[in-house]
Design a protein around this ligand. Structure first.
Ligand code: TEU
Length: 551
């Protein structure tokens, strides 16, 4: 297994809008992040992934880019950004930017120019005539009376993946929001543009890219209809599409020249596909984020709840641990698109214990851990009671398309909405959790009096300090990074696995339940490196998580 800095690193994900507001306008910003670098450094992470801070109308919180080479005034300016980079670098922390390359904003200059049927930009996006029939059951989105969209593809956020543009008199494809038109990667000029954007940031010394929705960039010729029975009609045509590997290989030539790391975000990806994307000799991506563990509580329609099963979780994690071979994955429990891990995979009744248990898994599996802001203090989901508390375009559109009232879907909204992850970082017990002196763009979780960074920093038993300890344990023990993986007990509610590298052996023992249970494996000759209780016990206590080591 080839060794690389990014395999040994722990990443911290900062969602700038919700991290720290330095100006009092209620929106987090780059100077705010700079104020909190000591905190990030204290956690002991090696790199920061910054969600998009580019100039954007913010229809999807920055995933709709208007100008890739400018910082959005909401977040600051290029000088602020350079200061952030320098502050991080001077502490040995790398900076990875978000590359949103599947689509731009409809306010991007390329799209504006593409509205013209002639000239260089005309094929930068997917423009098509509508179909002149009414004989379909999909909704026409504001097109001419007698037209329906060019094909039956559905968008990730619900509703058709096409909108009609009055000016050009044609439809354009958008796999996400109508304000996020898809770039036409078949056009070599588009690929050159994206490489230009990469070079622009690499010249500014960024250390890599997290590539947004990167496995949907290749659409098949002819844009054929999908099967109406598919969960998201059309998906199979553009997920891991025909040219995606070639395109990524092209991009990797740019990142490799600068020694930058690349992480591909890929919903709908199995381990065989991931192997191909990340096999080092193919030069496509360094690692991927897959969604298979995020899918274990996924069901259709989305407003139904589904309890996840520990056996499914173990199966998924194990499959990836063993199946990637020479490839690599990013390990995450949550991010800005997912509910809070404690509320989902842990237990709010054993909040601190289960937060530490999830951290233990993340720091002892093979792959690069990505900690999303707030996880290190065990932040929980937000109790949404009304639709007007929601901000996320995805959930708002899904509710609209479902035709249901907020009350009818409230339980699922609370369980699933991305806004759970986007409520402000809880710095202290004061008003607005110390996030802003103004009115926050989204409500602060009322539990900030109890759950906040300030109260945890000096408490040796806190979730924060357990993360710190685990991060150091990972760094000090290459077996946790490069070792082989074997599950050694499949007995629910316990999950036990062993990592092995040369003479070193580490065993992680986890109790995924709120009752005491037997410790099922023999650990004679092992040292207990750490657990998430203040003492030792023969039985495993609720959500107890232990790491044993022999070397
Ligand atoms: O997400 C891509 C993606 O797969 C999402 O559809 C995700 O599955 C869904 O939001 C989960 O609820 C990326 C970004 O991370 C997300 O924030 C953006 O909205 C999206 O791309 C479009 O850029």
């Amino acid at each position: 297994m080839g060794r690389n800095w990014w395999k040994e690193a722990v990443f911290y994900q900062v969602y700038p809008r919700s991290f720290k507001d330095s100006r009092g306008d209620g929106v987090g910003d780059i100077p705010g992040i700079i104020q909190k670098i000591d905190y990030i450094e204290k956690l002991g992470v090696d790199a920061v992934w910054l969600n998009p801070v580019y100039n954007s109308p913010q229809a999807d919180n920055g995933y709709d880019v208007r100008n890739y080479r400018k910082i959005d005034p909401e977040f600051g300016d290029m000088e602020d950004w350079a200061e952030l980079r320098d502050e991080l670098h001077s502490r040995g922390i790398k900076l990875v930017m978000d590359l949103v390359a599947n689509h731009t904003s409809d306010e991007h200059r390329w799209f504006q120019k593409s509205r013209n049927r002639d000239g260089k930009y005309t094929d930068y996006y997917f423009w098509r005539e509508g179909r002149n029939t009414k004989n379909t059951d999909y909704e026409s989105s504001r097109g001419p009376e007698d037209e329906v969209p060019p094909n039956n593809w559905e968008s990730f956020f619900g509703g058709p993946a096409w909108s009609y543009d009055q000016e050009r008199g044609e439809w354009y494809l958008h796999l996400f929001d109508p304000k996020q038109p898809d770039l036409n990667w078949r056009n070599p000029d588009v690929r050159e543009e994206i490489k230009g954007v990469m070079r622009f940031w690499l010249e500014k010394d960024v250390d890599g890219f997290r590539m947004d929705a990167i496995n949907v960039i290749s659409k098949p010729e002819g844009l054929p209809d999908g099967d109406a029975e598919e969960e998201q009609t059309g998906l199979k045509h553009y997920m891991n599409g025909p040219e995606v590997h070639e395109y990524l290989h092209e991009l990797s030539k740019v990142s490799k020249r600068y020694g930058a790391v690349t992480v591909g975000e890929m919903s709908t990806l199995n381990v065989e596909q991931a192997r191909k994307y990340t096999r080092p000799d193919r030069d496509e991506l360094d690692m991927v984020f897959h969604f298979e563990h995020m899918d274990i509580d996924h069901t259709e329609p989305w407003w139904k709840l589904k309890e996840w099963e520990l056996s499914d979780l173990k199966k998924v994690l194990g499959r990836w641990q063993n199946g990637l071979e020479k490839g690599w994955e990013g390990l995450y429990w949550g991010n800005h698109d997912q509910p809070r891990p404690v509320s989902r995979f842990g237990s709010e009744d054993y909040r601190a214990e289960s937060a530490k248990l999830l951290a233990t898994i993340q720091m002892t599996l093979k792959g690069t851990p990505f900690v999303y802001q707030g996880e290190e203090i065990g932040m929980t989901n937000f109790p949404f009671e009304r639709q007007d508390q929601l901000r996320d375009v995805e959930m708002l559109r899904k509710i609209e398309v479902s035709g249901k009232s907020f009350e009818e879907v409230a339980e699922a909204v609370n369980y699933r909405t991305r806004d759970n992850a986007r409520t402000p970082m809880q710095w202290n017990r004061e008003e607005n959790a110390g996030f802003t002196p103004g009115t926050p763009w989204i409500e602060v979780n009322p539990n900030h009096a109890e759950i906040n960074a300030e109260s945890q920093l000096n408490d040796p038993g806190s979730v924060f300090n357990h993360y710190r300890e685990l991060i150091q344990i990972r760094k000090n023990n290459p077996v946790l990074i490069y070792g082989s993986y074997n599950e050694i007990s499949t007995e629910n509610p316990v999950y036990v696995y062993r990592r092995r590298l040369e003479d070193a052996e580490a065993v992680t023992v986890l109790n995924f339940s709120s009752s005491e249970t037997r410790q099922p494996v023999d650990v004679e000759g092992f040292e207990l490196l750490t657990n998430n209780y203040s003492d030792e016990n023969s039985k495993l206590r609720p959500y107890e998580a232990r790491i044993y080591l022999k070397d």
